[in-house]
Design a protein around this ligand. Structure first.
Ligand code: ADP
Ligand code: MG
Length: 699
């Protein structure tokens, strides 16, 4: 790939840090660990603070500030007791300045501060018995006076590598930083009033005041944008690489018409748009890679059904894969009759088929007689062969590994080209996360719910009123409703959580006098699915569960959801859980119980619950959740799938990321081989950040 070739202008930046003056064998491993192996990495290390050094005298010195004192060394005081501090007394025209070291050798210190010599000493001023004292001062000879910056950036130091050493190294490295051609769009750059790249880098390392350190400082924005732009370019290139893989041309046909006519509803506007986007991909002759995002209940199945019908109409086979047997079966029950009636024979493959069933179904698939295969992990096993697989649809895609998806896609016929991929997710995620995690996919979003749903009434109730809740629940169950009761994992040990859930199920069985199912994470999968199936089929009216209520299970008759300790859940998780109800025509309710005893409700927990009461829009909730978690939780960000950015902050630079994504598309759309002057510059940027070789985390 072109971007792998490094432009010569970048050579100095890609030199090893060991080539820098001042990086000896002692410092080298520390720099490598802190910043990375290259000169570039050192330059990409942002200062985390700054200190302002002010000239002071023994009388004008202000406690707590950093001062520079022009002094003559009086004497060295070596303590009698080993381990006690070493002191040097110095003086200026107005009084004494005491310098103190904890540890260190007297010999070194006396070499640094020979008696009778003039020195400039600097550090944070303390006052002790009204005399000025500095612990671990920086010491300069009069000849080095120029090295004392008025304002000095502070770097994240480590043991053996002080901020001051880093600053010197960065200054040295800056001399290797070349001017580079401008890769940003000139109009955009002018509008932002950002400096050029090299000037921005120089300014990054020379902050003048506190605001220069903030994420919204122009210099930091410029560099964040560069980084995001480079990353989005890498993702856009991958998207293009996939797109130029040839794949079967699929058009809707008779079967599609008949499936559409058989749907017991008209499609929502969002569904219509999603299927139009999918059809454009399928007809393009290039391999589709598309993510269909939509809240639980937004109607993803119907969209998938039309795509399956399209493939059949064009003479190809397709597969619909779901993570659990119960989900696969639900798809099958809903779709098979419709597809069959449209002349599209289907089969179901799960782990529970008898050998005879399995043989017959595999044969139907291999011969091409069966046009659609639905199922679980059973679908990508080696024994499964298709005649002409052209489309793979993956439901709840996050439950599958990349490998598993690829094994299914590999079942295509190389002579007809790649297998189109449609993945579906019921977990709305923020736009920015979508861009990084799924940047190589196109995305369709179902942003509206099918009509006729009664909104779920959400109430926040203190745990103390659990008796009342049970009473209301009883009345609802008596009138034929079904309900979920969620007991989250809250205790120190899973065993005691489980005991709590079991005890709760027993309580409810006794108080309500009904069958109560219990599903939890430690049950064997098959047992759990059996419990879920009993609930789905209406045999048990109440289901107590830890957090494992299957995503995607559709039980329209379930209209009540009680969540204990709701304040311990994340916002998105609560929204997912609530999505289990409100799927039928009956009015639904979600009761969020919080606090044990007289516990109050924390501030973030309160905002979370309030947000849930306010809206049912999964995308809005995802953005809010992200903001709430993002504040003080960089680890959480990483876990949510963000690569380790050096300059960019996915929350504070959200708008920049969206702009960078558009920009990347635009640039590659206009100039796919990056041969225009701007294209050439963009290639330099790509090489500068080097997403491919450098950080494997973006897969
Ligand atoms: P998802 O998979 O996105 O969670 P489903 O495809 O299971 O949602 O759809 C949820 C319910 O909504 C199903 O009962 C389905 O029949 C119904 N549904 C889907 N689309 C529509 C529509 N356009 N109008 C009315 N009901 C719909
Ligand atoms: Mg679904």
């Amino acid at each position: 790939m072109l971007s792998r070739m490094r432009p010569p202008s970048l050579f100095p930046l890609f030199a090893e840090v060991s080539t820098l003056k001042g990086v000896g064998p002692k410092v080298l491993p520390l720099v490598q660990k802190l910043a990375g192996p290259l000169v570039r990495d050192l330059l990409f290390l942002s200062p985390s603070g700054l200190i302002v050094r002010r000239p002071m005298t023994a009388t004008t010195a202000t406690e707590g500030m950093v001062g520079v004192f022009d002094v003559i060394v009086d004497r060295l005081i070596v303590p009698a007791k080993p381990g006690a501090p070493i002191k040097v007394r110095a003086s200026d025209a107005e009084g004494f300045v005491h310098l103190i070291w904890f540890g260190g050798s007297a010999q070194n210190i006396s070499r640094l501060l020979p008696k009778g010599e003039r020195r400039l000493v600097s550090g944070k001023v303390e006052r002790f018995n009204n005399e000025v004292q500095i612990v671990h001062p920086d010491v300069f000879t009069p000849a080095q006076a120029d090295d004392i910056a008025g304002v000095e950036p502070v770097y994240p130091a480590t043991q053996g590598l002080t901020s001051r050493i880093i600053r010197k190294l960065v200054q040295g490295a800056m001399e290797h930083a070349p001017e580079l051609p401008e890769w940003q769009d000139p109009a955009w750059l002018a509008k932002q009033r950002w400096p050029g790249w090299r000037a921005a880098l120089a300014a990054l390392h020379a902050p003048a005041a506190e605001p220069d350190l903030q994420p919204d400082a122009p210099v930091r924005q410029r560099l964040a944008y560069d980084e995001l732009f480079a990353h989005q370019l890498a993702l856009a290139r991958r998207r293009r690489a996939r797109q130029i893989t040839p794949a079967p041309v699929i058009h809707p046909g008779d079967a599609s018409e008949r499936v559409l006519a058989a749907l017991p509803f008209t499609l929502t506007r969002a569904q219509t748009q999603a299927i139009a986007e999918i059809r454009r991909d399928l007809a393009s002759g290039e391999q589709m890679g598309r993510l269909l995002q939509g809240d639980v209940g937004s109607g993803k199945t119907a969209v998938a059904a039309l795509a399956l019908a399209d493939a059949a109409a064009s003479g190809f086979q397709s597969a619909l894969m779901a993570p659990t047997e119960i989900l696969a079966r639900q798809h099958w029950q809903r779709l098979a009759p419709m597809l069959d009636a449209a002349g599209v024979p289907t089969i179901l493959l799960t782990g529970r088929d008898t050998p005879a069933e399995r043989r017959a179904r595999l044969a139907a698939l291999a011969s091409g007689e069966a046009r659609v295969a639905m199922g679980t992990h059973a679908l990508f096993q080696d024994a499964v062969r298709f005649d002409r697989l052209a489309l793979a649809v993956i439901d709840e895609q996050h439950r599958f590994g990349v490998n598993e998806r690829q094994r299914l896609q590999a079942k295509g016929d190389p002579r007809t080209g790649g297998v189109h991929l449609l993945t579906m997710s019921a977990t709305p995620i923020p736009r920015t996360l979508e861009l990084t995690q799924y940047g190589e996919l196109e995305v369709s979003r179902l942003t509206e719910k099918p009509p006729g749903r009664t909104p779920v009434t959400t109430a926040v109730v203190p745990q103390a009123r659990i008796g009342e809740v049970a009473k209301r629940l009883k009345a609802a169950l008596d009138s034929g409703a079904q309900a979920y009761w969620i007991c989250p994992l809250v205790a120190e040990s899973e065993a005691s959580d489980l005991a709590a859930a079991e005890a709760r199920a027993a309580d409810l069985r006794r108080i309500l006098g009904v069958e109560v199912g219990l599903a939890h994470g430690q049950m064997p999968g098959a047992d759990r699915e059996a419990v879920m199936a009993d609930f789905a089929d209406g045999r048990t009216p109440l289901l107590v569960a830890t957090t494992v209520v299957e995503v995607g299970v559709d039980v329209p008759n379930a209209s009540i959801m009680v969540i204990e300790h709701a304040d311990r859940f994340g916002l998105a998780q609560l929204h997912q859980l609530r999505g289990r109800v409100g799927r039928g025509t009956a009015a639904s309710a979600c009761l969020l119980l919080y606090g044990g005893g007289d516990d109050g409700l924390g501030e973030t927990a309160r905002i979370r619950l309030e947000t849930l009461r306010r809206t049912e829009d999964g995308f809005e909730i995802a953005e809010e959740d992200f903001r709430l978690r993002g504040g003080g939780d960089p680890l959480g960000l990483k876990q949510s799938g963000f690569p380790a950015y050096r300059f960019a902050d996915p929350i504070r630079h959200r708008e920049l990321m969206l702009a960078a994504a558009d920009d990347a598309r635009l640039v590659l759309g206009r100039d796919p081989d990056l041969t225009s002057p701007r294209g050439e510059a963009v290639r330099v940027l790509e090489a500068l950040f080097d997403w491919r070789n450098d950080r494997p985390g973006i897969d």
